[in-house]
Design a protein around this ligand. Structure first.
Ligand code: FES
Length: 98
């Protein structure tokens, strides 16, 4: 919705971006994390907006994004991005619901 939120994320809880967005209630209730983080729904699709280096998409993520809507080159599944110190400064936008 164009609203910018700056959040802190724990690096010691094996948490992923989808869980972080859910924890901060930044997506409408029931619209993110539908598959529970199994890379099977794309409800957590987000766009990476800056040059933070992320691990490559894994096979499950590639497969899900190949079937999802509104996919861009910078699309990722938030549930497949685990919070680490390397993500400091990561900027994302949530993909539109589809
Ligand atoms: Fe379903 Fe990420 S929560 S693909």
């Amino acid at each position: 919705e164009g609203i910018i939120h700056e959040v802190l994320a724990p690096t010691d809880m094996n948490m992923n971006v989808m869980e972080l967005v859910s924890a901060y209630e930044l997506a409408p209730e029931g619209t993110i994390g539908i598959c529970g983080g199994m890379a099977m729904c794309a409800s957590c699709q987000c766009y990476v907006l800056n040059q933070v280096t992320l691990p490559e998409r894994n096979d499950d993520e590639e497969a899900m994004l190949s079937e999802a809507f509104n996919v861009k080159d910078n699309s990722r599944l938030g549930c497949q991005i685990y919070i680490t110190n390397a993500l400091e400064g990561l900027e994302i936008a949530l993909a539109p619901e589809s």
